[in-house]
Design a binder for this molecule. Structure first.
Ligand code: AMP
Ligand code: GLY
Length: 424
């Protein structure tokens, strides 16, 4: 099979690495890719916002399957356009992508199907929004409706914070806010493959959204992750499937917008059970990096089964060993940072047992690897325990020479703490 992967981050490097290992693969391209992905795929400088150009490329190169990594092309309807041109594409349609692109859309589905989530209201003006938060009090959560790359959410611990967030949000014209109840608990990311009708649970992971150790500092796209998530027990998974995932698939089907692709449920595991924080319509980044090293089975037939509506009798096998990934970011991320700084020692770091290095934002300059983004590398390790995987990942990081980068030193701390407690 010929496959075209769309995207350029660590998630796409992990997907490319896994797809490249498939015996079904003839040729893999990635648009636009990065210096790490270039080890597993041929990178092509396609403008993925130009769907006609993507379709032309697929026809010229006899591409059998397009795998879309990020949400933006999905929300722009690339899967619809490819399908209309007779090209198979993994991921949801534009209409189904609203589960991520519109928080209001998802909240309305939750309400109609009694899916457990935070109580909420939608607002089009600041005065009404402020009135609502004054009536409900803090802590309270203020969200912008629409794609905001993880930056559109303020968990306000005081009324003043909530009001400031509302002012900031309505400073842009046409803004719409979702204001919701604060949920207390431990978070988990759960991934499910869907084919419109059936759902195949993949695995759960936990990520670290804050930039600095001890879960402090600004929110980021994710500074590290590990899988499985200890809080996501079999019982929690069963409740999540029955109370959240399956009712969502039924609602999407009933609306005439069946959901295909990977559904990423951001969950709060509360004392009353799992509740939905939000959906994403794509694989998580950096969660995918730990999922892919844990997946024993071939990924490609599973992606095809999702596209073809054949997931009902499908199964996947997973390695029992946990995996952990640490994000190395450019100094300054998630604020301003420099591009083009040099990274050395990657080959040496890759020698550490059980370690896989995925590139998130790099470019090659001759033999040198240069940083080319905010999140730059994902040092991923598997081992018998999370504590051991953590040690391997940091051993590898200590061999990387990149003075302009930084990483958290405590990725996986919740799981490591649990392991220590279990040891007594
Ligand atoms: P989101 O972009 O919706 O995933 O929100 C970003 C982060 O804000 C989540 O990962 C949670 O840590 C937090 N968050 C969002 N909604 C809530 C809520 N209702 N209660 C508590 N925390 C929340
Ligand atoms: N790591 C969270 C995300 O991919 O949105």
């Amino acid at each position: 099979m010929n496959i075209l992967l769309i995207g350029s981050g660590g998630r796409e490097h992990a997907l490319a690495w896994k797809i490249a290992a498939s015996p079904l693969l003839t040729k893999l391209w990635c648009a636009p890719g990065n210096a790490g992905i270039a080890q597993d795929a041929e990178c092509v400088a396609l403008d993925v916002t130009n769907h006609a150009a993507v379709i032309d490329f697929c026809k010229a190169h006899k591409v059998d399957l397009v795998v879309v990594g990020p949400e933006a092309p999905l929300a722009a309807g690339i899967v619809d356009d490819l399908a209309a041109a007779g090209i198979k594409a993994f991921g949801p349609s534009k209409a189904a992508s609203q589960l991520e692109s519109s928080k209001g859309f998802t909240k309305d589905i939750c309400k109609a199907s009694a899916i457990p989530t935070a109580a909420y209201d939608r607002f089009r003006d600041a005065a009404a929004a402020k009135d609502y938060v004054r009536r409900h009090g803090a802590p309270i959560v203020v969200k912008a409706d629409g794609l905001a790359a993880g930056k559109g959410v303020v968990v306000a611990m005081t009324l003043a914070e909530a009001e400031a967030a509302i002012d900031a949000l309505f400073a842009s014209a046409g803004a719409e806010a979702v204001i919701e109840e604060f949920m207390d608990g431990e978070e988990a990311s759960f991934f499910v493959l869907c084919d419109g009708e059936h759902a195949l649970p993949l695995a759960a992971a936990q990520d670290h959204k804050r930039a600095y150790d001890g879960d402090t500092g600004p929110n980021t796209g994710g500074m590290g992750a590990y899988s499985p998530a200890p809080v996501f027990t079999d019982a929690v998974r069963e409740r999540t499937m029955a109370e959240i995932i399956l009712p969502t698939l039924q609602a999407m089907q009933a609306r005439g917008t069946p959901y295909k692709g990977v559904l990423f449920a951001g969950l709060m595991i509360t004392k009353d059970g799992p509740k939905l924080i939000e959906y994403n319509v794509r694989f998580g980044d950096p969660e995918t990096q730990v999922l892919m090293v844990r997946l024993m089975s071939d990924l490609v037939p599973a992606l095809l089964a999702s596209v073809d509506g054949e997931l009902k009798h499908f199964d996947l096998r997973w390695h029992a060993e946990p995996a952990l990934t640490v994000v190395m970011a450019a100094r300054g991320y998630p604020g301003d940072y420099a591009k083009g700084t040099r990274i050395d020692g990657l080959d040496d770091a890759a020698q550490v047992e059980g370690v896989e290095i995925f590139h998130a934002g790099t470019k090659a300059d001759g033999d040198a690897i240069l940083a080319n983004g905010g999140r730059v590398l994902n040092i991923t390790a598997t081992a018998a325990t999370v504590s051991k995987a953590q040690r391997r990942a940091y051993d590898a990081i200590d061999r990387i020479k990149w003075p302009d980068g930084f990483c958290r030193r405590d990725i996986g701390w919740q799981a490591v703490k649990r392991e220590r407690e279990a040891e007594g």
